[in-house]
Design a protein around this ligand. Structure first.
Ligand code: UDP
Ligand code: MN
Length: 534
């Protein structure tokens, strides 16, 4: 019996010690999983790191690029090198943020994803070091560097000595959009946090982001992006109440929250919703990111990715919040230091067209009227988007405009109606070659099936031509200040002001002007978007 008890006690002690030792080890070096990582840590926190290691890393010379020239990076690399791996920056948060004790449960981890292409070594290093020094490590899963085939592979290779850092290198340049997707595919964290390679995260940056993200599974959160001056590298606080948005050119822009919105806000430190985030600095759940299919991988090099992800995210069930207590500095450059194989303008235009075609429904033509050159660019049909729209039951773009982005007005708002014009089950359109206006099978892909009716009475196509009557033949001509181009809506009919004739589908698909007849279904036309009461 005694022996039995002794055996039981030793087993118990054995389990106790065996169980607690790893626990002690784990809590001592939270997240630091191996001896190898521990060595990396010791080295990272030792003073020699700041004296020697980083200098060796930063001051590497290169035959292919001038590592000291401003133009190589579009910011002052000399000042960046002098600053080195780390510096103190002003804590730009509202002082009230410092007193918040965030309860971040259940504990979740974040994978930081940094893509870079020929980045100044000091800037890249500082981005990583600020993350390591200003992030509670229990929330950090890893820092994934995606080297988008920079000239010098050692830019990334030489950083593998840093703890938490993992490196992926593209065999050819993919552009930042596919690179971010690649980083996301290898990530393990609950959340993905994307960063540019010339950022400095500020004090307490992660906790407020996590706090908001933990409350909604489909939220994307954005910090306030402070500015680091490209000439002086000075760190400057940004106005914290800016939302991401865009215009009909599909150019990203910052818009201040409205006066009314500020008035009803109880506290300046509360987060607020925004139509878009800047895709260079935002956090999203990994699961939700992949449910959305990641970034559209057909977008090339740079441009449009912020809008693509933001719009998709809102329409398919997400929401975007700006969190004023989280601050990240970013070097806002005035020009691109890198090349665009197809030219910057064409790349931006093609990417934008892809977004407008995928998500804008009949509103895409406002983009085309701002950027007519986009009409001639061919982009592949986005089959994935149609599947996504069905699977996630994404809302129409009109919902986004009405609910999320009321600041985006229709360009010169003298519109009565626009979109497809239906007569029965068919749609008004015109042959590209013969320019004959007729009825066609309805198709969103057919750009000739979009018309705009303005308050001046003009009925115009997406190519900027106006409808007129010649006798009773419908013709397309240059829009001009002429009474002959005026059409009036009357009880569902389109009446030609000058002749009093009604647009009519007389035979098969033909469209002509005929005497108006009360209740004639062949004279009834409806627009897909009505902006005024008939
Ligand atoms: N980048 C990349 N591949 C490219 C172009 C850019 O990986 O082909 C990286 C770049 O190094 C930076 C990020 O993508 O870390 C965003 O680019 P950039 O800073 O030029 O964009 P901006 O901040 O001007 O929108
Ligand atoms: Mn940037």
């Amino acid at each position: 019996m005694k022996r039995f008890l002794w055996k039981k006690t030793t087993t118990f002690l054995f389990i106790l010690i065996g169980g607690t030792l790893p626990l002690i080890y784990y809590t001592q070096f939270v997240g630091v999983s191996s001896e190898f990582d521990r060595n990396k840590f010791t080295r990272f926190f030792s003073p020699s790191f700041y004296k020697d290691d980083f200098r060796q890393y930063i001051y590497r010379t290169d035959r292919k690029i001038d590592r000291r020239a401003f133009e190589t990076y579009s910011f002052s690399v000399e000042i960046s090198n002098q600053i080195g791996a780390y510096r103190l920056i002003s804590d730009t948060r509202d002082p009230k943020c410092r007193d918040i004790d965030y309860v971040l449960k259940p504990r979740r981890t974040v994978s930081v994803i940094i893509t870079f292409y020929n980045e100044a070594r000091s800037a890249l290093l500082r981005t990583i070091v600020t993350v390591l020094k200003r992030t509670p490590l229990e929330y950090l899963e890893e820092i994934i560097l995606v080297d988008d085939c920079s000239y010098d592979a050692s830019d990334g290779e030489d950083l593998k000595f840093l703890p938490y850092v993992k490196l992926i290198r593209n065999q050819r340049r993919e552009g930042l959009i596919r690179s971010r997707n690649k980083g996301a595919e290898t990530a393990y964290g609950t959340y993905l946090l994307f960063l540019d390679s010339h950022c400095e995260v500020n004090e307490g940056w992660l906790e407020p982001l996590l706090d908001r993200a933990l409350k909604h599974p489909t939220i994307a959160v954005s910090p306030v992006i402070d500015s680091i001056d490209p000439d002086t590298l000075k760190y400057k606080a940004s106005y914290p109440f800016l939302k991401g948005g865009f215009d009909w050119n599909l150019r990203f822009k910052w818009i201040p929250i409205s006066f009314e919105e500020r008035k009803v806000r109880q506290e300046d430190i509360l987060s607020f919703t925004a139509p878009a985030f800047s895709a260079g600095t935002f956090m999203i759940s990994r699961k939700w990111f992949f449910q959305l299919g990641g970034f559209d991988s057909s977008l090339e090099i740079w441009g449009g990715e912020s809008l693509e992800m933001s719009i998709k995210h809102w329409l398919c069930g997400g929401q975007i919040e700006v969190v004023p207590c989280s601050r990240i500095g970013h070097v806002f450059r005035k020009s691109y230091p890198y090349s665009f194989p197809d030219g910057v303008y064409f790349t931006y235009l093609r990417n934008s067209k892809r977004i407008a075609e995928s998500w804008f429904d009949e509103y895409k033509h406002f983009f085309y009227s701002m950027k007519p050159a986009a009409r001639d660019i061919s982009v592949e049909p986005n089959d994935k988007v149609n599947i996504l729209k069905k699977d996630l039951q994404c809302r129409p773009f009109s919902w986004y405009l009405a609910t999320v982005f009321s600041e985006l007005k229709l360009p010169n708002e003298d519109h009565i109606a626009f979109g497809q014009v239906k007569c029965g089950t068919k749609c008004l359109g015109f042959g590209v070659k013969d320019q004959t206006v007729k009825l066609q099978d309805c198709s969103f892909e057919d750009n000739s099936q979009w018309f705009l009716h303005s308050t001046t009475g003009k009925l115009s196509t997406n190519t900027g031509a106006c409808l007129n009557l010649n006798g009773n033949q419908v013709i397309l001509e240059y829009c001009k200040d002429s009474k002959n181009q005026m059409w009036i809506r009357r009880g569902g009919k389109l009446v030609h002001e000058a002749t009093g004739l009604c647009l009519d589908n007389t035979l098969l698909d033909a469209i002509v002007g005929t005497e108006c007849r009360p209740g004639a279904p062949s004279q009834l036309f409806s627009f897909s978007v009505e902006l005024q009461k008939l």
